[in-house]
Structures are given as C-alpha cells and as structure tokens.
Ligand binder design. Sequence first.
Ligand SMILES: [Zn+2]
Length: 167
Amino acid sequence: MPCELCGREAKGCKEAIIDGAKMYVCPDCIKYAEGGVGVQQEEPVSRRSAGSTPVSRPPTYRPRPAVQKDIYKSMVKELVSNWNHLIEAARKKKGLTREELGFKIGERTVTIAKLENGDLRPSDQMITKLEKELGIALLEEIKETPTVQQTQSQTKYTLGDFIKPDK
Ligand SMILES: [Zn+2]
C-alpha cells in the first residue's frame, strides 16, 4: 500500500492522524502525525509547523450568557428609604396596633416600634412578612440613576465586573 501522504510505495506504513484525518503513511511521513507516533526524536515545534496545532486562544475567555445579567438585575433590590413610615402608615391603614402587627408577624411590640422609628432595619425575613401582612412593597429595584450614593458605587462596580472579561 502506498503512503497516503507522499504517494511512495513503502514498507511499514502505519495508521496515523494527520491534520485530523486518519491516514496510512510511510515511516518517513509519520513524523507529521499528531500524537508523536514513532517521532520521539522530533521537537514539538516541527509538528506545529506542519499545521496540526490549532491556533491558541486565551484560555479564560468564555462568552457570558445574557441571562446571567437578567438574573443579576432582578437581585438588585434595596430597602426603600422611607420604609419606617411605610410600615407605620400601612399598619394604621389596617387598623392594627403595634402589638397586633407584632403578633401577626411573630415579632415583639418593641421591635415594631423600633422599625417604625427607623432605629432598626428589618431583616430580609421581616421584610417578607411585613410586605405580606401589610400589602406593601418595602424593596425597590435600583435604577441606573440611584439617589443613594453608596448604592450607586456598588451597582457600577458590579456592572463593570461583568463587562471586563469581554475585553
Ligand atoms: Zn510518505
């Protein structure tokens, strides 16, 4: 059988992978094969010059799915600035005393008082219970132009974090 690479009739032809294709090649041509079959004496450089090595890519690059950004966006929620007034107003609208509201959401009266005075920030758990019990929204989505400075810097930092890997 002739060598499929140089066409010469040669003895000892072997199966080898050349440029991704399976070929029968003579001992002379087997040095072009990938995987180094019988080419222990060959340097990797000569194999690369044969065109078998793919163009190297930055190993860390990976396109980020757009979905990830959307999930993140929905997570950017902050306690509204007037949450204490909202809680108090909603409670009074419902005709509940602080004690009654506290009983409904499993918090002490003094905790409700602290919440309404703005001395205590409600925990995530409390927020959920208050929103459900009072029918109010204590969380607001952060827009591109927030009024709170701290929130602005946080948002910008995280968005930049998403953009960086694409550079
Ligand atoms: Zn050959």
